[in-house]
Design a protein around this ligand. Structure first.
Ligand SMILES: *Cc1c(COP(=O)(O)O)cnc(C)c1O
Length: 501
């Protein structure tokens, strides 16, 4: 938590507000900027909007000076947790450091101000960047062709599944089932449903990975594909993946590989070598822009040649003279998934990151990410054992016995971590692990940070046994205590109402 300067120390415990809120500072008639002819402007705006769309009364905005308004918003921004401020080991989200250079490259006026309707001949640099990024991603994944259109991992999943459906249709086959393991990310079954498939669950039992024999038992002429994340959401490499791919292909089905966890594989292993027919990547995880935070994403899909005709349009293609154009004329394409060519700023960031790292740098990043997760797993083993006996890759999924011993649950541990200035890991996911704590340190954290995290976790475990009320009541040091998450979900307040403040 970034320090906010105050004149008085905090005396109250959790839930107390120690900084004045903007509504409490309001003084009738106080103004920030005095717009020339203010009252007239408001009346004119009412005319333009139409009075039937305007509120009868002023909405009750606080009346404050400009510095007060500035301080209010700056203070709010500091109440937030962020990867740029704290350790943020949110498993499955790969919250690695995003070098500021990447943002600067995306903000270059030639990129940032390029209108999406600019004719291709005047946008050659941007098209070249798209083509080069596609080529690098094809190389990293061991696949034949890539589309950068999808705006998120989940949209990449939908794109891949629609292409698989189109490919089956083209061969006159009606296949309506997709097998998904019980460790899957929630977006996988959701994408299947959106693409018109029904889901068949494959159980990984307590092993944490899929057995070829179990997949074979589920295979028949109704199965269009198997969708599996590798390494999976327990941070485990699927050891039987190649045999599973062979079994699928033998039965005419496809292997969809969810590549959101590619941070474990860069320069080390390729989905194409595992037999994948389609794989989606999350640029906003693996290639340095952290997941979450409400910003845009990019979930490119990479395919083998037999699926390439179905890729979304338009495709960026290179003419004989080396220049680039957009090809809309692809009769087998599944069509457009979104406007224009995807979230271009994300592509610039990923491309800048790759060029800065180089091939060897990317491979080193994956190896260090794996080392860091294994370090945390090993150091916490006595109090928080790993859920599976299998080797850990980029993230470890830990469990604990505190619920049974003292009634302290995973959410209590997560809330207590906030008092240590650490963002909690992903919790209660994957669903196969009771009370899961899914920790992904990423390669960008040093040993001192990992040691600080480990000692916080150890202290919380010991507190849970000796003084459980401290853990139950956490967080104690933030501006707000625990919110009622159930109430927030069931009775959300989505509209600002001055009467409530
Ligand atoms: C993050 C993630 C997704 C979804 O990606 P979004 O960009 O959030 O849509 C899918 N699968 C796995 C394994 C993920 O970790």
């Amino acid at each position: 938590m970034a320090a906010v300067e105050k004149c008085e120390p905090r005396t109250e415990s959790s839930g107390s507000r120690t900084e004045p809120l903007i509504f409490e500072e309001s003084v009738p008639g106080r103004r920030g900027v005095d717009v020339a002819g203010g009252a007239q402007s408001i009346a004119r705006a009412r005319d333009l909007i139409g009075s039937e769309l305007c509120r009868a009364d002023l909405p009750g905005f606080p009346e404050v000076s400009e510095p007060q308004a500035l301080r209010h918003f700056l203070r709010l921004s500091q109440l937030n947790f962020g990867q740029a401020l704290q350790f943020y080991p949110l498993g499955s989200c790969t919250m690695k450091y995003n070098p500021v250079l990447n943002d600067e490259m995306a903000a270059l006026p030639g990129f940032a101000n390029l209108h999406p309707f600019t004719p291709p001949d005047l946008a050659q640099g941007a098209l070249a960047l798209i083509a080069r990024l596609e080529a690098i991603l094809a190389e990293l994944t061991g696949m034949d062709a890539v589309s950068l259109h999808p705006a998120a991992g989940a949209q990449g999943e939908l794109t891949g599944l629609l292409m698989i459906r189109a490919w089956h249709d083209r061969q006159g086959r009606r296949r309506h089932k997709v097998i998904i393991p019980d460790t899957a990310h929630g977006t996988n079954p959701a994408s299947c449903t959106l693409a018109g498939f029904s889901v068949v669950v494959a159980h990984s039992e307590r092993r944490g990975y899929l057995k070829e024999a179990d997949v074979r038992r589920l295979l028949n002429d109704d199965v269009a594909a198997l969708m599996v994340t590798n390494p999976n959401t327990e941070g485990i490499f699927e050891p039987e993946i190649s045999a599973i791919a062979a079994a699928l292909h033998q039965c005419g089905a496809q292997l969809y590989l969810d590549g959101a966890n590619l941070n474990a594989l860069l320069g080390v292993a390729k989905p194409g070598d595992m037999g994948a027919d389609v794989v989606q990547l999350n640029l906003h995880k693996t290639f340095s822009t952290p997941h979450g935070g409400g910003g845009p994403g990019a979930g490119p899909v990479a395919v083998r040649n037999h699926l390439a005709p179905f890729l979304p349009v338009p495709r960026v293609v290179q003419r004989a003279d080396g220049s680039f154009e957009l090809d809309h004329n692809r009769p087998d394409s599944i069509g457009r998934l979104r406007s224009f060519h995807g979230n271009f700023g994300m592509m610039v960031r990923a491309y800048a990151y790759m060029l800065a790292m180089g091939g060897d740098g990317l491979a080193l990043a994956s190896r260090v990410a794996i080392l860091n997760a294994n370090y945390v797993r090993r150091r916490l083993a006595n109090r928080f054992p790993n859920a599976s006996a299998e080797p850990t890759l980029h993230e470890c999924v830990l469990t604990h016995d505190l619920e049974k011993r003292t009634g302290i649950s995973t959410i209590d541990i997560a809330k207590r971590l906030l008092d240590f200035g650490i963002h909690p890991p992903t919790i209660y996911f994957p669903l196969t692990v009771p009370g899961a704590l899914m920790i992904e340190p990423t390669e960008t954290e040093d040993r001192a940070t990992l040691d600080r995290f480990v000692s916080a976790m150890e202290q919380i475990y010991d507190e849970a046994l000796s003084a459980p009320e401290i853990v139950k009541g956490a967080p104690h040091t933030l501006a707000l205590g625990r919110v009622d998450e159930v109430k927030a979900a069931r009775h959300p307040i989505l509209r600002w109402n001055p009467a409530r403040t």
